[in-house]
Design a protein around this ligand. Structure first.
Ligand code: NAP
Length: 277
């Protein structure tokens, strides 16, 4: 048994994605979502050990708060400062973060780009931005420019990323300047997410045909930002692959087997088209 700890979890597509994957590979696993309140995180984590569960996914708002209750934290999750996957290794609870690696795996699969050649503009400085940015630094991108509404939050992220590569901070008013000689633009804000599907985090004049445009949002599957990128002939990459791959990496940590990603994508797409999120 594996679980999902978060609040709210009722609309999560993770249970159907993982249960379909376990079924497809005929593995004796089941995935259940648990609504966990802020004051119950310790008990929820202890239940993994007490009930002999193989692990859990952790989602908003508990990705940071679970950390003190785990026995070990993987170095990347430690740098990100958040855990989205817990693995129970014979009673030792280990925390991982598969969000950034899931994102990068999907980006490389879908665009075939060389990360070491990328100057990245990252829109947003929240939890997802942090996971993506830490992983991009680890994978050797040339530079990261963080554009965020709260400059204080952007500065905190910049500090956390260290001095391995140049990291610069910009306001949204300076976004055009940041993007103009970037090669990869990543939207990690929630601007453009359902139901605000006509909103865009930056003006379309910031986009160029030679810019790779990536959006972490997967509801809608094609945001206004990605539609504009598509219209001008730019390479565009949606957040669906990140969702599938963060799940696939968690699946691989729990089962030790390759995840059936095509089947996972198929079932998630089916639910998104029926109005899930
Ligand atoms: P978060 O921690 O709450 O961060 C939200 C970010 O969006 C912050 O940078 C925030 O800026 C910015 N923002 C929100 N509304 C804004 C507005 N009206 N104007 C300007 N900036 C605004 O959320 P998160 O967990 O990082 O998630 C962010 C997005 O990533 C969501 O759309 C989520 O669905 C998506 N996501 C996708 C996946 C996937 O698997 N594809 C995984 C995780 C997240 P401030 O700092 O100024 O508030």
């Amino acid at each position: 048994m594996v679980g999902l700890f978060g609040r709210p979890v009722g609309h999560s597509l993770s249970p159907v994605m993982h249960n379909t994957a376990f079924e497809q590979k005929q593995l004796p696993f089941a995935y259940a979502a648990f609504e966990v309140n802020d004051d119950q995180i310790k008990e929820a984590v202890e239940a993994i050990r007490a009930l002999g569960m193989r692990g859990a996914n952790v989602t908003i708002p508990h990705k940071v708060a679970v950390i003190p209750y785990l026995d070990k934290i993987d170095p990347l999750a430690e740098r990100i400062g958040a855990v989205n996957t817990i693995v129970n290794e014979d009673g030792t609870l280990i925390g991982y973060n598969t969000d950034g690696t899931g994102y990068v795996r999907s980006l490389l699969e879908e665009t075939g780009i060389d990360l070491t050649e990328q100057t990245v503009t990252l829109l947003g400085a929240g939890g997802a931005a942090r996971a993506v940015a830490c992983t991009l630094v680890e994978r050797g991108v040339k530079e990261i420019r963080i554009v965020n509404r709260s400059l204080e939050r952007a500065e905190l992220l910049a500090m956390a990323l260290g001095s391995q590569i140049p990291i610069r901070v910009y306001s949204f008013a300076q976004a055009e300047l940041a993007i103009q000689d970037s090669t990869l633009l990543i939207n990690t804000t929630s601007i453009g997410m359902y139901p605000h599907i006509h909103e865009m985090p930056v003006d379309r004049k910031c986009l160029r045909p030679d810019l790779i445009v990536s959006d972490l949002i997967y509801n809608p599957l094609e945001t206004q930002l990605l539609q504009c990128a598509k219209e001008i002939g730019a390479t565009h990459h949606s957040g669906l692959g990140m969702f599938i791959n963060q799940g696939a990496l968690a699946y691989e940590l729990w089962t030790g087997e390759a995840a059936p990603t095509d089947k996972m994508r198929e079932i998630v797409l089916q639910h998104l088209q029926q109005g899930g999120n």
